[in-house]
Design a protein around this ligand. Structure first.
Ligand code: CP
Length: 305
């Protein structure tokens, strides 16, 4: 039985196969409509979500399966003190596969160690968000044709942003990637990540002003400053609108640069950017469904001819 805790759980060859499958699903949706007949996905979300939970549910329903779960720990027996270990042992009696989001780093890993069914980490605290990373990689590969040889700017909350940490870890396995980290001093990417980049001789820059680096970028990965990760409301208020991508800044970018964002956004991308053909963040959401369909099939070892 296989789980997904980190994007690194799959080799680059396995990721290629997963993305090929996602591409086939995109082109031939009806071929997969009964692939998971009789199977059940549980979504156990101890933290709020729109995209991840609903795209998992959409993915399983599109494969002919069914879904159950909870979207709020307060409506589950966690509110009565039940452990994650006991919850997953219970869920294993009800479902064939489980996607779990939890505010505590490592909670999905604890669940996987006690589970009778595959567990997918759907985001654990500020640690990892592997299915967002699969979504991001599939989006880049689908829209640019390759996962190599580009400069990506990651902008915003690089300290607490689990999507950022997962994406950097995944991209270092590809050739010719340069990172530009754009953040205020307080939200810089953690040292363990820059240490890893130095060790692997992967080029990166750390800057504060987005405008200065816009012309260099092939991708701009915007992120939200996450109120829920701050200990202090004053710091959040001071930093929340540090970056706002607007039309004026987009004029500094290459004609074929693409803007990605894991979403939800708050103010960091002005809605006036949405109509720019380079705004790819809602296309990214759609790729999230295809890649989660491919992931469910892969973890359940279901093959469709
Ligand atoms: N990208 C993402 O994880 O969005 P949700 O929090 O809405 O699931």
């Amino acid at each position: 039985m296989r789980h997904l805790m980190s994007p690194l759980d799959f080799s680059t060859e396995e990721l290629d196969r997963l993305f090929d499958l996602a591409g086939d699903i995109e082109r031939n949706m009806s071929k997969y409509a009964h692939a998971c007949d009789g199977k059940i996905l549980a979504t156990c979300f101890y933290e709020p979500s729109t995209r991840t939970r609903l795209s998992f549910e959409s993915a399983m329903l599109s494969l002919g399966g069914n879904v159950l779960g909870f979207s709020d720990a307060g409506s589950s027996s966690a509110a009565k003190g039940e452990s994650v270990s006991d919850t997953i042992r219970t869920i294993s009696c009800f479902a064939d596969i489980c996607a779990m989001r939890h505010p505590k780093e490592g909670a999905p890993m604890v669940a996987a160690s006690r589970s009778g069914v595959p567990v997918i980490n759907a985001g654990d605290g500020g640690h990892q968000h592997p299915t967002q990373t699969l979504t991001d990689l599939l989006t880049i590969r689908s829209l640019k044709g390759s996962l190599s040889n580009f400069t990506i700017g990651l902008c915003g909350d690089l300290k607490f942003g689990r999507t950022v940490h997962s994406l950097i870890n995944a991209l270092v396995r590809y050739e010719g990637i340069k990172f530009i980290f754009i953040s205020p001093e307080e939200l810089k990417v953690p040292d363990y990540i820059t240490d890893m980049l130095k060790e692997k001789n992967i080029p990166y820059e750390e800057v504060i002003r987005l405008e200065n680096v816009m012309p260099q970028l092939d991708f701009l990965y915007m992120t939200r400053v996450q109120r829920e990760r701050f200990f202090n409301e004053e710091d959040y208020v001071r930093l929340k609108d540090f970056y706002i991508l607007d039309k004026a800044k987009m004029e500094l970018a290459k004609e074929d640069m693409l803007v990605l964002h894991p979403l939800p956004r708050v103010n960091e991308i002005s809605v006036e950017v949405d109509d720019d053909p380079r705004a790819a963040y809602f296309r990214q959401v759609q790729y999230g469904v295809y890649v989660r369909m491919a992931l469910i099939l892969t973890l359940l070892d279901i093959h469709v001819d």
